[in-house]
Write a new protein. Sequence first.
Length: 613
Amino acid sequence: MIVVYDTCRCYVVRTGPRTAIAIDFGSGAVLDHLAEAGLGELTDVFITHVHRDQVQGLDRLSADVRVWVPAGEHDVIAHAEEHWARQSPLNDYVLREQRFTPLRSTPHAVPLDDHEERTIGDIRLVALPTPGHTVGSVSYLVTTRTGTLLFTGDAIAAPGKVHSLAALQWNYVGVEGAESAILSALELGRHHADVLLPSHGEPITDPGEALRLLADNLQDYVDLHEYHPKPPVNRRPIRTWAAAPYVEVAPHLLMNVASHGRSYVLLSEGGQALLFDFGYDLTPGMPAGTERAARRPSLGSIPALKSQFGVSTIEVVAPTHYHDDHVAGINLLRAVEGTQVWCPRRFSEILAHPGLMDLPCQWFDPIVADRELASGESFRWREYEIVVHDLPGHTQYAVAYEVRVDGRTYLVTGDQQDGLGAPGSPDDLNYQYRNIFQPGDYLRSAELFARVRPDVMLSGHWNPREVDDEYIAMIRAQGEQLVEIHDRLLVDFDEQNPTTGFLARISPYLPTFDPDGGATVQVHVTNTAPGPVSAEVRLVLPEAAVAHPQHVTVTIEGRAEGVATFRVQLLRPVAVQTPLAADIVLDGRHIGQHAEALIIPSRTAPPTQSPHD
């Protein structure tokens, strides 16, 4: 057996005097190393899962080579163009890495069912279902004359560790991916292989202990991230509930309990109101799906706000973060009520340019700030002094608002923690990797809470919570646990490394093309090393496009970000949503097509006017 260090580890197993199979294929560099191993050809390639670092080079293979892929991921590999055409990049709540997939189809790929066996030359191969890193992942148990090898893909990277925790987060709230990975570790342990061979990691020569430790660590991870179901709040008849959507937190502070994503109302003595967040107002629930037709904001609670609390004007709305359930109704509020948008600078550009970044839960339309609020800024609205605090955790792009109302200090925290609102009950640390966060963010939250020392914290989906020293200590302890479990589970864990697992991104993720078919895109590459590196960046484009320049080399200082800028020119219009990618080499190490963007037909010309003109 030989190992080719490519975008992933590709293993070549000899099956005859001049023939071999490959487990995973990376960029296809394995083809360049056959002769030096005394091999003439590959007869078969077996893919462990659908991610680009395993499959991006499949188009280098002739149709004579059999390409076996997990049955559950066959359609994505064999019909990649259809997969990309189906993607819904805005208002997207899918967390599993369904876009880290091949750009081009491999039409001759053959599905391999779970537990299916193949005998090729001198070896016997069995496909074992090992969901976790992807839903359809498999591992290959290979029996040779000299022993039993277990090619695990990304099910394990080292004893007790995985290549990516982000890949294990399948759903927006839930731990199904991590729990599936535990079951997969138990399954692999039952086969008593001589050695485990990961796609990213060194050979593991004590499989039983390595897999036991992985299952234990993942269980601790699941226990820390356990989701607490949202308590029902609308038990009253719908007419009663709709007639009184606001409850008093304090005489001059209201909570909207009839909205999906709670908003809060700060009342001025003069009859004016400031809102913290305004998403889907007065809604008993959300229909299935996240497409535009399933998401309709409203102003349903506003008449009650005016009639029951003497509000004459809704002057300002200030969002805590960019997610649609906190901002979807803002443009409607501005259009009908004349409300100004005061937005933290931390995420104002994301709201103003949907599709600038590949982030989940983005509202479809631009929301442009009338005033930008700086982090740490104290601003005045009517008789209130309000302080803006950075609050990364739930997402990197979030803030908390500190305000003193009716003799008590309140902190509006958005979705940072999902707690039950009762003293002594645990909180769910509400983090999602696609939102972008760092494990230490919750320790920083605890520091903020201890410094501000609010009397009450106001959550985006939960009941107000009284704050005491015990609660702050609990948040600090959970933050410490979060850092520790990431350290235990991730290879070469570093607090400054991206928890998404990706070292690059393309901006804008949804580029808008000028009438002449041109668009500027930037590839942002992160250097996680302490010293400078050289990054070679090349765009991988559809046939309908070219890039100028063709490749860019940038030097990136230690623990910094470098930017490679390209001008993409469409040679002809695209008929369907089509991906482009950035292929990257860092100091001679090919990390592959680590980032993509989407060319969308509706964005091949600028809009005729601003939505607010």
